[in-house]
Every structure is written in C-alpha cells, then in structure tokens.
Design a protein around this ligand. Structure first.
Ligand SMILES: NC(=O)c1ccc[n+]([C@@H]2O[C@H](COP(=O)([O-])OP(=O)(O)OC[C@H]3O[C@@H](n4cnc5c(N)ncnc54)[C@H](O)[C@@H]3O)[C@@H](O)[C@H]2O)c1
Ligand SMILES: O=P(O)(O)OC[C@H](O)CO
Length: 332
C-alpha cells in the first residue's frame, strides 16, 4: 500500500468530502485551497463553511493554500472544476516528483479544446501518472460517512489497485480498473444527461418520461463510449449507469437542479443558482466530439442547444418527441 501523505488540490465540496474519506481510511491529508483566506478559515473552524457547511473536518486533515505542500505528495487528488483543471495542473509542473499518481476527480470535458481530463493532465504533467475517480457520490453523503461506491481507473493496473487500497474505507468503497477513458466518459456525460432529466421534471413531464430519458440517455452514452474505444462494461458500472441513476433521480444533483430550473422557466443566467453545473460546460464539447466520431446523441445535442440559448426547452422537447421510431436494438 502507498504511504502517506495524500494531497488534495481543490477545497470545494468534493475536495473536502474526499479529504474526510481519505482521513477515515487512515491517511494524513493535506487539503490545498486556492484562496488563502478560505484555507485559513477552514483550518481554524475545522469546517468548510463555504462549500460543505455542517460537516466537521477530520483531525488528520491540514488545510493550506501553499502549493509547496504538493511536493511531498505520494498521491495527489485534483478536485477542481473540469474547466479549471488545466490551470490547476499547470501550477504543479515543477512540484511533483516524476511518476506521482494524479487522481483526477473532476467530471467533464474541456470545452476550449474538447479534451478529456486525463489528456489535459497528460499534456500539462507529462511525468505524472494520470488516474480518474468517478461514480455515484454526493459530497454531502460521503462527508457524513454514508456508504458510497466509486471506481478509480489508471492505465497501470497495479497503481489503480494501490490507490484504491490507499483511499478506501468500509463506507467509501473504491473499485479499481484500467479503463481510464470509460470512467471519464461516464462522469462527463452523465452530467449532461442529468440536466436533460431535470428539464423533464421541471416541465412536469412525469416520472415515465424521466425513465425514458435515462434509458435513451444511457444508450447514447454507450454508443459514444464504444466509438471512443472505452469498454461497454465500464459504462454499465459505477461511472455510467450508477451515476446516471443517482444524478438523474435526485434534486440534490446540481446538474439535475439546473435542468429542473430551466424546465420551470428560470432564465439560463439564473438557473444554476450560483452552483457548479458541470454538464452545462461539457455539453457542447461532448456533442462536438460525438459528431467527429459519427455518433448520434440527440438528448445531449438538445441539452447543448438549450444551454447555448439556441433553442427553447419546448422546441427541444418537441423535436425529441418527433424523432422517428426505430427498432430499439438498432439504436443501442
Ligand atoms: N460535489 C460533489 O458531490 C461531487 C461528487 C463527485 C465529483 N464531483 C466533481 O468534482 C469537481 C469539483 O466539484 P465540487 O463539488 O468540489 O465544486 P465546488 O464548486 O464545490 O468547488 C470547486 C473548488 O475548486 C476551486 N477551484 C476552482 N478553480 C481552481 C483552480 N484553478 N485551482 C485550484 N482550485 C480551484 C474553487 O475555489 C472551489 O474550492 C467537479 O468536476 C464535480 O463534477 C463533485
Ligand atoms: O451535483 P452534481 O450534479 O455535480 O453531481 C455530483 C456527483 O457527480 C454525483 O455523483
């Protein structure tokens, strides 16, 4: 098993929850916040009042804003929004020892480059070993120690196994694998599909419509994954089906809540309520990538058009409902 310390860059809701989970697993954790004032307040209050109020920080966590702390990392978790990943990774270039595993915990695709998260880290930190952690997991549940299962993938199987063993605990169960692409596709695409399900519920279209959206959304996710060389069984697991079930079915999901607000008629500029809805940033990149690979993703296309302000919710739903009916097996 890998030795301490675990360093986590990004002290939002997920970074804080993962810090607590790693501490529960017996690690000493350094949590690096971008803002020195936020770091100071967290360290003093032993709580993340800004992003995850009400959850005490484990005693084994030290909060700092000093990126110098990353130099000692034996394993580093990058827990920033997908669109900030490149900048965060770039800040670590001369700090990490060659071969340090970097576990990417963001769920998204970089919109300016249409790059997956592991490719961004590969470009910015070529000497690091990229890994991806994803799966159905609300920070609020993880920080409370409620049972959760996620998956960690790394091209080096032994590294995936070792990282999972380092961070896992009885209530935060980390499965491991080598299908990095599959795991990151599941995390990125489910956010877009969760927005679609939120829209369905916000419009009052009903639970049956939502179930149809999940099933058809899963079909397009599978088509996309297959075209990009991911393993279908990965998407049938925690990052993919598991995360779709969670985020398409719960208003606790920020992506779902964003879509629900849009469905209720809240303007685009206000629908996120100031929270991070990753799918809104990823939708266009996902659809562009699908187009380049000849993959049809009508639900994701509808979400991308809605969040770009190109089409109304009503028109997008009308277009989806009027698509031709085909044999189901032809479109999976
Ligand atoms: N919250 C969850 O339940 C959850 C669960 C699984 C995965 N995730 C994923 O984790 C990622 C982060 O989500 P979150 O919930 O922590 O978001 P958040 O909005 O709670 O926090 C984001 C954090 O990132 C920091 N940040 C932004 N840009 C940065 C930069 N360039 N360098 C360093 N720090 C920077 C912000 O200051 C903030 O502390 C997202 O991709 C999300 O999809 C979240
Ligand atoms: O709140 P969301 O929609 O970002 O979802 C959080 C996690 O990704 C759920 O697995």
């Amino acid at each position: 098993m890998m030795t301490d310390p675990v360093v986590i860059v990004g002290a939002g809701a997920w970074g804080t929850a993962l810090a607590n989970a790693a501490a529960q697993a017996g690690r000493f954790v350094t949590l690096v916040a971008r803002d020195p004032e936020h770091a100071g307040t967290m360290q003093a209050a032993r709580e993340n009042l800004r992003f995850l109020p009400g959850a005490p920080l484990h005693a084994a966590i030290t909060v700092t804003a000093d990126l110098g702390a990353t130099t000692a990392a034996r394993a580093l978790l990058l827990v920033v929004p997908a669109q900030a990943l490149r900048e965060a990774a770039r800040g670590l270039v001369h700090r990490l020892a060659p071969g340090t595993p970097v576990v990417i915990c963001a769920k998204g695709i970089e919109r300016t480059s249409s790059r997956f998260m592991s490719d961004v880290v590969g470009e910015e930190l070529p000497a690091a070993v990229p890994a991806v952690l994803s799966g159905p997991s609300f920070a609020e549940d993880v920080v409370r120690g409620l049972p959760t299962a996620v998956v960690l993938a790394c091209a080096q199987e032994e590294t995936a196994r070792s990282l999972a063993a380092t961070l896992t605990s009885p209530t935060f169960r980390i499965y491991h694998g080598t299908d990095v692409r599959g795991v990151e596709i599941g995390g990125a695409a489910k956010n877009v599909l969760a927005i679609a399900c939120g829209i369905v519920m916000g419009c009052g279209l009903g639970e049956s419509a939502r179930a149809a959206m999940v099933a058809r959304g899963f079909a397009e996710l599978m088509r996309f994954a297959r075209a990009l060389g991911a393993r279908p069984e990965t998407l049938m697991g925690l990052s993919g089906l598991g995360d779709l079930v969670l985020t398409c079915g719960s208003a606790k999901s920020r992506n779902f809540a964003f879509g629900e607000a849009l469905g209720r008629g809240v303007p685009l500029s206000e629908a996120s309520g100031g929270k991070l809805a990753e799918g809104a940033f990823t939708a266009a990149a996902l659809v562009a990538m699908a187009g380049r690979h000849g993959v049809e993703m009508p639900i994701s296309e509808a979400v991308a058009a809605i969040v770009a302000g190109e089409v109304s919710v009503e028109a997008a739903i009308g277009a989806l409902l009027n698509r031709p009916i085909r044999a189901e097996h032809e479109i999976i």
